[in-house]
Design a protein around this ligand. Structure first.
Ligand code: NDP
Ligand code: 2IT
Length: 449
């Protein structure tokens, strides 16, 4: 139960309106629990129906995506774009292609994106999109035809000043290339800033590929430094997942002196007590689109175990879940605590269930929520938009330095907000409040929209 009657009423309405949208309810409740600490001091929120507006997307687009497979059979998927909030800038957020995509998942991700994008300090609103299409096992030609069909509808809803999609699960450089090609063909215009995560030969930014994973570690590093006078040096680290975010989180954690001993995919996990060999991992995942179990064929001393949640039974100092939402349950969190971990840094969006977050926090672990910790990807996306507008490219080192500065600022803004709220070091509350304040200011200043 929330203390504020107003917030409880808004939450009840969210649940009543869309009773099946469990992931969306979860992300809304977490934010309302944070706002519960400050809402009494802000009668203007209720007077202006601010929270009601905040939890209702500005626009939801759902469309059919027909495409032809290699056997000549017509297939059909469902596409979405949830344009959640554009108070501080054009809608911005990734596209996810995965069979689990539905409106609840799109709305939770779009809602989280409003806060994350606000925290970057850059002028970008919140959105998310995607499809229940599964790129796994599809040929390049099938993926291309699907992307072309997807963009044939999406193009009319996006634009560099309107809405700027990027990648997420199942959408990487290959997919963004096909999507951009189709956008350009339909619009007859080289609007590079309409998509981010593009290839380097057609307007992409250096460091975008690495940005989310690097950013997770930069934020983790600042958190360890400021809150425990510590670092990644000599720490045992576990990174779940083995996609874009996980690979570059593993790389940066290793560069910072940590030893990553386990990674996973949706089938199982590998344990390599000597530290993950990144060359082998990258070759399997990035060059061959293979499965993580292939790692053990090439690296003596490593083992593979079926089932992706078992990874958390391995002891570690720093846990970095970088696969997908709701991976870490309350029970798993207790195991992580019992094994002596000191910090959890969320790379995926909402990978820890609420009871897991509470378990970590009450056991005194440092906890960096995804909204803050994985904002580096979208931050460099916004830097890609800047470079596209300037018709200019920064070097890898320049973008990396800006990314680091942004992540350090995000930590301090969230930390300072937690102190102001009287819950010093609770970065969940701090990130929610710091992000919310900026968006609400912009909403109030712009009148009833
Ligand atoms: P990828 O598609 O590159 O990789 C996803 C990884 O997570 C794969 O290892 C995949 O395993 C695993 N995974 C996906 N779904 C499930 C599932 N249902 N159960 C278990 N494992 C699963 O995606 P990203 O690395 O880009 O994204 C990972 C997370 O990071 C997501 O939560 C995403 O929203 C978030 N994120 C991504 C950003 C980006 O810039 N790409 C930015 C900020 C956040 P398998 O191969 O078996 O499916
Ligand atoms: O969840 C995310 O922040 C992303 N998938 C990246 C979004 C973006 O626009 O770069």
């Amino acid at each position: 139960m929330l203390k504020s009657e107003y917030l409880q009423r808004v939450y009840d309405q969210v649940v009543t309106r869309d009773p099946d949208q469990k992931e969306f309810h979860q992300s809304v409740l977490e934010v309302l629990e944070s706002l519960d600490m400050i809402v009494d001091k802000h009668p203007e929120y209720e007077e202006n129906a601010i929270i009601e507006r905040f939890v209702e997307p500005e626009r939801v687009i759902s469309f059919r995506v027909p495409w032809v497979d290699d056997a000549g059979k017509v297939r059909l998927n469902r596409g979405y774009r949830v344009q959640f909030n554009s108070a501080i800038g054009p809608y911005k957020g990734g596209l996810r292609f995965h069979p689990t995509v539905n409106l609840s998942v799109m709305k939770f991700l779009g809602f989280e994106q409003i806060f994350k994008n606000s925290l970057t300090g850059l002028p970008i609103g919140g959105a998310k999109g995607g499809s229940d299409f599964d790129p796994k096992g599809k040929s390049d030609a099938e993926v291309m035809r699907f992307c072309q069909s997807f963009m044939t509808e999406l193009y009319r809803h996006i634009g560099q000043f309107v809405d700027v999609p990027a990648g997420d699960i199942g959408v990487g450089g290959r997919e963004i290339g096909y999507l951009f090609g189709q956008y350009r063909r339909i619009c007859n215009s080289y609007d590079a800033g309409v998509l981010t995560g593009k290839g380097l030969t057609f307007g992409g930014s250096l460091t975008r590929t690495e940005a989310t994973g690097y950013g997770v570690c930069y934020l983790g590093q600042e958190m360890l430094r400021c809150m425990k006078n510590d670092s990644y040096e000599g720490k045992t680290v576990i990174v779940s997942g083995s996609g874009n975010v996980a690979i570059f989180a593993c790389q940066k954690a290793t560069e910072l002196g940590g030893k990553v001993v386990a990674m996973s995919d949706s089938n199982g996990y590998i344990h390599d007590p000597n530290g993950i060999n990144l060359d082998v991992l990258k070759d399997i995942k990035l060059n061959r689109r293979g499965r993580i179990k292939e790692y053990v064929d090439q690296v003596p001393g490593s083992t593979y175990t079926e089932g992706f949640r078992g990874i958390w039974t391995i002891p570690c100092d720093i846990a970095m879940p970088c696969a997908t939402q709701n991976e870490i349950t309350g029970e798993i969190a207790q195991v992580i605590v019992k094994n002596g971990a000191m910090a959890v840094v969320e790379g995926a969006n909402m990978p820890c269930l609420p009871e897991a977050v509470k378990t970590f926090q009450s056991a005194g672990l440092l906890f960096a929520p995804s909204k803050a910790a994985n904002a580096g990807g979208v931050a460099v996306s916004a830097l890609e938009m800047s470079q596209n507008s300037m018709r200019y490219s920064w070097t890898f080192e320049e973008v990396d330095a800006k990314l680091k500065e942004i992540m350090v600022n995000i930590f301090h803004n969230a930390y300072d907000a937690s102190v102001e709220c009287g819950v010093s070091g609770d970065l969940v509350v701090g990130a929610n409040i710091a992000a919310f304040n900026k968006v609400v200011d912009a909403m109030l200043a712009q009148g009833l929209i």
